[in-house]
Ligand binder design. Sequence first.
Ligand code: UDP
Ligand code: MG
Length: 153
Amino acid sequence: MERTLVILKPCTIQRGLIGEIISRFEKKGLCLVGMKMVWLTDEILSEHYAHLKEKPFFQRIKDAMSVCPVIVCCWEGVDAIQVVRLMAGTTNGRNAQPGTIRGDYSMSVQENIVHASDSPETAAIELKRFFVDSELFSYKRNDLLSIYANDEF
Ligand code: UDP
Ligand code: MG
């Protein structure tokens, strides 16, 4: 089983889409093992978006990510990192495939509903960035044998 970080961005909170987006991951069969609301600081956002620090929109995305609190979640499942990235869709909501989260709910490259970790290495670093160990739980959904074959997990 893998764990991955999802952030419901301020646009999602402002548009009243929290339940709808969480529901997608839940219905897919991923297991929610951590969740909290946090107001992100410029400091943590500078670290989180360090790969974009040379871009002209660096400050703009940090500002957009701190207009209100966000919801950070940790989802667990087989290949969860790739599964969640596929569910999120490509970065620009206008190009994202219909059926993906960004494809269904976003018209913007910036206001694109969710952040999702992009690799196992990134997921491990990002989960540590937003959660302390005691905020992530170990348990199994009771419907696991309806979600996977018994040799899949
Ligand atoms: N972003 C933006 N303009 C761009 C590229 C990215 O505003 O041209 C924002 C967008 O909100 C994106 C975030 O910066 O989700 C992080 O960019 P990244 O390339 O990591 O995209 P993601 O992994 O979110 O698809
Ligand atoms: Mg990214």
